[in-house]
Ligand binder design. Structure first.
Ligand SMILES: Cc1ncc(COP(=O)(O)O)c(C=O)c1O
Length: 387
C-alpha cells in the first residue's frame, strides 16, 4: 500500500485526552482534560428544549446563523471595546478548535513560520503542521512564565508571519499584562505580521489581573484574528461552538476555509446559545466568583498537600512542580499518580517545546466535592508515591 500522508505521520494521539482514558481505567478523579462536571446555565438548557421544537434542524448560513453572529458581535464588541460587524467580521465555527485551524489555514502558505509561546495548548503544534507552516517557539519561562521580548522579536527577524497568542494561557495560567501586550503589538506592527489570539478563557480571570484584548490595541484590529469559544464561558464543551472575529477581507477567506472544513456549526445549538450570549454582566461576575472560589479551594489544598505550584492568573489550570520525586518521565509520574493516588493530571512536557519534565497540569473546573475528593487523595501523595 502507498504510504499515508507525511504531514500526519508524526502525530501522536492527544496526551490530554489519553490521560482521560488513563484516569477512567484507574478510577481516578479526572483533573486532566479541562471540562466541567457541573451543568450549563439552566436558561440555556431551557432554550435548547424549546429550540428542538422550532425550525432549526437544517443547515444554518455556513458562516453562522444571523441571530448568533449578531448576539456574539454585540457581546464581544462590549467586552473588547471595539465595533464588530456581525455581517462581515464574524464566523461561527465548530469550537475554538476549528476556529484556530481555519485561522492558520487562512494565513499560512507551506513553509511559512509561525511564532508560538511555549508552553502551549497542544493543538497549536498540529494546526501549524496541518497548515504547512513551521513553528518557532518562544519560551514562557517557568515558574513565572515571562518571555524575553528580544527572543520574540528574533522570531520575526527570522521570518515569522504570525504569532499565536493564548490569553489567558492554557496551561500556564498566565494573563498577559497591558505592558506585555503593547510590547507584543509593537513587534507585530514593526514586522507587518499577524496575531491569532486564542481567547477561550477571556471570562476566567482572577483579580487583580485584567483581560487585555489584542484586537483593541491601537493599529491591531486589522492584523488580528480573534479565535474564541463558548465551551468554557457557558460550560458547554460538548456543543462545539466557537468563533473567529477578524477584518472583512480576512473573514472572507476564513469563511471559505470553514465552509470546506465543516460547512457549519450545529444550527439548533447556535440558536440555543444566543440566550447565553445575551446574559447580563451579572452572569460573568458570578462565573468569575465561582472560579475564584475554585482556584482558592484547589490551590490551598495543593499547598496543604505540600505541592509547589504557581497560582494561576487566569483560566482554570495549575501547574505543579514534581521535581522532588526525580522522575525521568513526567508521563510515568502521571500514570503513577492516576494509579496509586487516584488523581488524573497531564504531563507538562506535552505542552512544552523545551525539554521541561518537572511540571504536571491539573484543572479545577469541577464541582467542589470533586475537587475535595481529589485533594483528599493528594494529601498523602508523599507516602503513596515514593521518591
Ligand atoms: C486554550 C484552548 N484553546 C482552545 C480550546 C478548544 O476549545 P473548543 O472546545 O471550543 O474547541 C481549549 C480547550 O481546552 C483550550 O484550552
Amino acid at each position: 500500500m502507498k504510504p499515508l500522508s507525511l504531514r500526519t505521520a508524526n502525530f501522536t494521539d492527544s496526551v490530554i485526552r489519553r490521560m482521560t482514558r488513563v484516569s477512567n481505567r484507574f478510577g481516578a478523579v479526572n483533573l486532566s482534560q479541562g471540562f466541567p462536571d457541573f451543568e450549563p446555565p439552566k436558561e440555556i438548557l431551557e432554550r435548547l428544549q424549546q429550540v428542538s421544537h422550532e425550525d432549526f434542524h437544517q443547515y444554518s448560513i455556513t458562516w453562522g446563523a444571523q441571530n448568533t453572529r449578531e448576539a456574539l458581535a454585540e457581546k464581544e464588541s462590549h467586552y473588547m471595546g471595539i465595533p464588530i460587524d456581525p455581517d462581515s467580521e464574524v464566523v461561527i465555527t465548530c469550537g475554538g478548535t476549528e476556529a484556530m485551524m481555519a485561522a492558520m489555514m487562512t494565513i499560512c502558505n507551506p513553509g511559512d513560520k509561525v511564532a508560538i509561546f511555549s508552553p502551549f495548548y497542544e493543538n497549536y503544534g498540529a494546526d501549524t503542521i496541518l497548515s504547512g507552516a513551521e513553528p518557532i517557539y518562544i519560551p514562557l519561562v517557568p515558574p513565572e512564565f515571562n518571555f524575553d521580548p528580544e527572543v520574540l522579536e528574533q522570531a520575526f527577524k527570522d521570518g515569522a508571519k504570525a504569532l499565536v497568542l493564548c490569553n489567558p494561557s492554557n496551561p500556564s495560567g498566565k494573563v498577559f499584562s497591558l505592558e506585555e501586550m503593547q510590547t507584543i503589538a509593537d513587534i507585530i506592527k514593526r514586522y507587518d505580521a499577524y496575531v491569532v489570539t486564542d481567547e477561550v478563557y477571556e471570562h476566567i480571570i482572577y483579580a487583580p489581573n485584567k483581560m487585555v484584548y489584542m484586537a483593541a490595541l491601537p493599529g491591531m484590529k486589522e492584523r488580528t484574528i480573534v479565535t474564541g469559544s463558548l465551551s468554557k464561558t457557558y460550560s458547554i464543551t460538548g456543543w462545539r461552538l466557537g468563533y473567529t472575529i477578524a477584518p472583512p477581507e480576512i473573514t472572507d477567506r476564513i469563511r471559505k476555509v470553514h465552509d470546506f472544513l465543516t460547512v457549519g456549526a450545529a444550527a439548533p445549538l447556535q440558536e440555543a446559545v444566543v440566550t447565553g450570549l445575551r446574559f447580563p454582566q451579572e452572569y460573568y461576575d458570578k462565573l468569575q466568583e465561582k472560579y475564584t472560589h475554585k482556584r482558592e479551594l484547589f490551590c490551598d489544598g495543593l499547598a496543604e498537600a505540600g505541592l509547589r505550584f504557581q497560582r494561576p492568573e487566569g483560566a482554570y489550570y495549575v501547574m505543579a512542580d514534581i521535581s522532588e520525586w526525580g522522575y525521568d518521565s513526567d508521563l510515568q509520574f502521571c500514570y503513577d499518580l492516576a494509579e496509586k493516588v487516584g488523581v488524573g493530571a497531564v504531563p507538562g512536557s506535552s505542552f512544552f517545546h523545551e525539554p521541561v519534565n518537572h511540571l504536571i497540569r491539573f484543572h479545577f473546573a469541577k464541582k467542589d466535592e470533586t475537587l475535595k475528593d481529589a485533594l483528599n487523595r493528594l494529601q498523602d501523595i508523599h507516602t503513596k508515591l515514593k521518591k
